[in-house]
Design a protein around this ligand. Structure first.
Ligand code: GLN
Length: 540
């Protein structure tokens, strides 16, 4: 275990969805802004080894790291706030913990002992907590425990937290408990009882929270703070109010006002190197809140009724909008609603259209139809992963007149599989193991728009897909005007296509949205928003 890193745990009580990830990321941001190195880790209590196989409707977007881990969408928040990449060490599930323990058991590493939740599962959890500290890279490791205190699933994690606190002592670890203070309209009162109960539950598990962060719709009056302090054994100045915010990006400033970072430093007896430098963050917020322009951008996808399924795309537009001093209004469009008859009315009034990533054939024809419309009407188009693949299919069908052109995902029998699975992928049949995952290089052709957008000719972007542009059709497609301008230098796979004689038509096989952060808005999103602003000007 690292002797220098300090460990902070964030637990949740009363209800889920209180925004533990945002509180963890905001605290991390404040500590980082004081010059500390911080990372955040998420423990998920479900049995899946990772969220890669989960339906986005179940769990929102699957966020992919540079090292190819399929992780919880909270890791996206961590990266967007901290501007530092995470890795597979940052997201651990119950499934992975058990898998590790059972694998060790099969190898005989427990020397004939009975393998039990305590100590073997809890030891494995602790090993994963300390692993990040042992890298020596961090002053603080913030670990978010998914789920609510009292859930059966999170018990081993809570027990591991208790042990870490005991092992390390009060100046090396602390627990922040995030809870809800409901406002009862009929009584016109904020209620502390659910929080008292949830703290009691933590106490039963042997954990005294050091800091309470209280989600509330109303400011917390002093008498409520005093009550919470008295009944939950938490110092009065460690009862932190977390009011509902206009944007998640306000939360670091709200937490600073409530001195969350100062309380953490004082409890862990750490001298602050400097006052938090949040100038760039505030500049971003200023631009976000005072837009000079407004554009409507359509997102055509399959899971649009749950915007969390496209969390990183939505956030990338927040960053890119602010960069352009522009409010980006997103219109979520279900691709299943689009056909030849409806496309014009559904896409009316949009200044740009993004066709989203996705899996399976449902809704794919609608995506292809939307792309035909924006290609012919010269509306800015941005295709991501499946969106890029659909652009290639649309072009092959309607420009090259290969009527049955398709992806083998959509039509395995197509005679013109312009998107196909590569030979190496075909050999692997187990679901969850067949994808091209994580960071791969892409080299741009000189003079391409993509190269101008990035201002670089060799980049790295993250991937999560099985199918690829089929190079057998490359020449034919290129000659007709859809240019493969970004190529993976090692495998020659096509990474980026762009259309000749169109104001802005770019499709990328990778996921640029995963690398957009507050301090580093993604250039493709920034330029796409700019193109949409320009389109609005010329079309009105
Ligand atoms: N379904 C496509 C593939 O597997 C695209 C995946 C995606 O959009 N992430 O290649």
């Amino acid at each position: 275990m690292s002797s220098t890193a300090k460990y902070i745990f964030v637990t949740g009580g009363v209800t889920s969805s209180l925004g533990k990830g945002i509180i963890a990321a905001s605290l991390a941001k404040l500590l980082q802004a004081r010059g500390f190195n911080v990372t955040i880790q998420k423990f998920d209590p479900y049995i899946n080894i990772d969220p890669g196989t989960l339906n986005p409707y179940e769990h929102g977007e699957c966020y992919v790291t540079d090292d190819g881990a399929e992780t919880d969408l909270d890791l996206g928040h961590y990266e967007r706030f901290l501007n530092v990449p995470t890795s597979r060490l940052n997201n651990i599930t119950t499934g992975r913990i058990y898998n590790n323990v059972i694998t060790k058991e099969r190898k005989g590493e427990y020397l004939g002992k009975t393998v039990q939740v305590v100590p073997h599962i809890t030891d494995e959890i602790k090993r994963n907590i300390y692993q990040l500290g042992e890298t020596g890279q961090y002053d603080f490791i913030i670990t978010e425990i998914g789920g609510c205190v009292g859930d059966i699933e999170s018990l081993p994690f809570i027990e591991a937290v208790r042990q870490v606190k005991w092992d390390l002592g009060p100046t090396n670890s602390l627990v922040i408990h995030l809870t809800l203070i409901p406002y009862l309209n009929a009584a016109k009162e904020l209620k502390t009882k659910p929080t008292q109960h949830s703290v009691k539950e933590l106490l039963e598990a042997g954990i005294q929270p050091d800091i309470l962060v209280c989600r509330t719709e109303m400011p917390l009056p002093m008498e409520i703070r005093k009550k919470l302090s008295l009944f939950c054994n938490v110092n009065l100045n460690s009862v932190i109010e977390a009011m509902d915010a206009d944007t998640i990006y306000d939360v670091p400033l709200l937490m600073k006002k409530e001195k969350l970072d100062e309380r953490v430093l004082a409890k862990l007896k750490v001298q602050s190197k400097e006052e938090p430098d949040l100038d760039q963050w505030k500049t971003f917020l200023g631009k976000l809140k005072n837009p000079l322009e407004e554009v409507n951008i359509g997102i055509v996808g399959k899971y649009v009724s749950l915007p969390d399924a496209y969390k990183s795309i939505a956030e990338a537009f927040v960053h890119a909008g602010a960069e352009n001093d522009c409010k980006v209004k997103l219109k979520w469009i279900s691709s299943e609603d689009i056909n030849k008859e409806t496309v014009e009315s559904i896409l009316a009034g949009l200044h740009g259209v993004l066709v989203a990533p996705g899996f399976g054939e449902r809704g794919m024809e609608g995506k292809i139809e939307a792309i035909r419309y924006v290609r012919e009407n010269k509306i800015p188009f941005f295709g991501i992963c499946l969106g890029m693949q659909c652009a290639v299919i649309e072009f092959a069908r309607n420009v090259l007149h290969l009527a049955d052109a398709s992806s083998t995902e959509l039509n395995p029998k197509s005679k013109h599989p312009v998107i196909d699975m590569m030979e190496e992928q075909k050999k692997i049949t187990i679901k969850g193991g067949t994808m091209r995952l994580g960071a791969y290089a892409c080299k741009f052709k000189k003079g391409s728009k993509a190269q101008t957008v990035y201002g670089e000719s060799l980049i790295q972007e993250r991937h999560r897909h099985r199918y690829e542009f089929n190079n057998k059709f490359l020449e034919q497609i290129e000659e007709a005007g859809l240019k493969p301008v970004g190529i993976n230098p090692d495998s020659s796979l096509v990474e980026v296509v762009e259309l000749k004689d169109h104001p802005w038509f770019i499709g990328v096989q990778y996921h640029p949205e995963l690398k957009s952060t507050v301090l580093n808005p993604h250039p493709l999103f920034v330029k796409f928003v700019e193109a949409s602003i320009n389109h609005k000007k010329v079309s009105s």
